[in-house]
Design a protein around this ligand. Structure first.
Ligand SMILES: Nc1ncnc2c1ncn2[C@@H]1O[C@H](COP(=O)(O)OP(=O)(O)OP(=O)(O)O)[C@@H](O)[C@H]1O
Ligand SMILES: [Mg+2]
Length: 469
């Protein structure tokens, strides 16, 4: 049952078509010729079109063209007199869905109309799924307002327009792939392919053939020649995920591509020129692996032209509320649950957890809580975070939760001089950062969201001695 546009310039013919199609509960709209059909196609959405071939003001093929302009998923069925069967073949070639010869048998018309409607709906569903996948995969929205995430976004914006190879380091689930996609999407290559490959997912030989392709008969099982992902990513970006897991042999080949831009398929002697921007991610310390001899040092330096480090979630806990809002709305959309809110105690539990699985873990926790919670609000019980770090523990809340006035009040001695107290807090925070960074003032300023000069001022004001590295 669908909404069908019936196009014919003969009123009597339209009447017969409509009365037949009505048996199947279709909703029917009539168009008196090509011009009328064009107008209606631009105005309304249909699930199928049934059109005559030859009409006073034009041909069925023009209706087909109008359909392609307005709604390429819409299926068109041609009604065709026996004499114009060649025209019908031509219309099929141009993308018509089906044709029914006149005079028609009712069953044939109804069957064709039903299939046309079904086909349109399937194509639309497909389109919708593709959009969803694109949105999920291609979404390069990096959420967060913390100094750490702001800096990451700035770095992405600076590196994206260049062709430089980027090495993204970060713990699992921190958003390395999201960063890689963001770089591609903001680069001049954004309309070209973004090809992602997880180096850890392949055996040594398979990874090589995956990346560089192979010729027919290059190895047992290579029954066809196949282009590799480097060729597939031509003019676009290739994302090598878990690059630290690459074998020494694959590393040697990769180095060659990076040096001269030439790819050699396995079993081939003919190098192919490729233009690919490489984005690499790893959860390992590649520099250290290079020093240990587990990763080629020369390749490391080629990859780490621009090193980017994605912060662990525990380093920007203040982004949790905003990330929660994002994941709650995504969960409502994807899991088809009613929009949920997070209760204050649940939020406290989240802010006190240190998220070894980082943002992915937060996302999974929220999805699970959306499914488990029955009411509108998600409570702390819906977050099965380890008790030792959850809000139910007696642990002193860490900074972001402490920003909550209630918590803050608990930390402050009852009789305290405000200025003295604030100075002590500032001193403690700065000293801790100095210690954590080995005295790197630029890094301290970045972590604390201060300018270098502002930090210098505070160091002087509180007479903090900066440690030398
Ligand atoms: N800043 C962010 N804003 C919004 N969503 C994010 C952010 N960072 C990560 N995510 C989401 O968290 C999930 C994990 O991100 P991603 O897959 O990019 O991490 P990863 O570092 O590649 O993880 P792994 O090391 O496990 O491969 C994804 O669903 C991603 O969309
Ligand atoms: Mg990843």
């Amino acid at each position: 049952m669908g909404r069908i546009l019936v196009v014919d310039d003969e009123p009597s013919m339209r009447r017969i078509l409509v009365s037949n199609l009505r048996q199947e509960q279709h909703e029917l709209v009539e168009a008196n010729g090509v011009g009328d059909a064009r107008r209606l196609l631009a105005e309304c959405r249909f699930d199928a079109v049934i059109t005559d071939q030859k009409m006073g003001d034009g041909e069925g093929l023009e209706v087909l063209a109008a359909v392609h302009d307005n709604d390429p998923a819409l299926s068109v069925v041609f009604l065709t007199a026996f004499a114009t069967i060649e025209l019908a073949v031509e219309s099929m070639r141009r993308g018509a869905f089906d044709f029914v010869t006149k005079p028609f048998v009712t069953e044939a018309l109804l069957a064709s109309a039903a299939r046309a409607v079904e086909h349109t709906l399937l194509l639309r569903e497909n389109e919708r799924l593709r959009d969803t996948v694109l949105r999920l995969e291609g979404s390069s929205e990096i959420t967060g307002r913390s100094a750490a995430i702001r800096r990451l976004r700035e770095q992405i914006a600076r590196v994206a327009p260049t062709n430089a190879t980027v090495l993204i380091a970060g713990e699992t689930g921190t958003g390395k792939e999201l960063v890689a996609r963001a770089i591609h999407h903001s680069s001049p290559r954004s309309s070209k392919p973004f090809v992602a490959v997880n180096c850890a997912a392949f055996t040594e030989t398979l990874l090589e053939s995956e990346l560089f392709g192979h010729e027919r008969g290059a190895f047992t099982g290579a029954s066809h020649a196949r282009e590799g992902l480097f060729e597939a990513a031509h003019e676009g970006s290739l994302f090598l995920d878990e690059a630290g897991e690459m074998s020494m042999a694959a590393q040697a080949k990769l180095l060659r591509v990076l040096t001269d831009g030439l790819v050699l398929r396995i079993g081939s002697t003919k190098p192919r020129q490729v233009d690919v921007r490489l984005i690499v991610a790893t959860h390992r310390d590649l520099r250290q692996r290079a020093q240990e001899g587990l990763f080629r040092e020369d390749l490391y330096y080629r990859l780490a032209v621009v090193p980017l480090s994605v912060p662990a979630l525990r380093e920007h806990l203040e982004d949790i509320p905003e990330l929660c809002t994002l994941f709650l709305s995504q969960a409502a959309r994807d899991l088809k649950v009613s929009p949920r809110k997070i209760s204050a105690d649940a939020m406290r539990a989240l802010m006190n957890y240190d998220f070894p699985g980082n943002i992915r873990e937060l996302r999974n926790l929220i999805e699970r809580a959306c499914i488990l919670s029955t009411g509108e609000e998600i409570t702390a019980e819906n977050f099965p975070v380890p008790a030792s770090v959850s809000a139910s523990s007696d642990a002193v809340p860490r900074t972001p939760t402490a920003l909550n006035p209630d918590h803050l009040a608990e930390l402050i001695p009852e009789t305290s001089d405000l200025r003295e107290f604030l100075a002590a807090v500032e001193t403690a925070i700065i000293q801790r950062s100095l210690k954590m960074t080995g005295g790197a003032q630029a890094e301290v300023a970045r972590r604390l969201g201060l300018s270098r000069s502002h930090l210098s001022y505070k160091l002087a004001k509180h007479r903090i001695k900066s440690v030398t590295r």
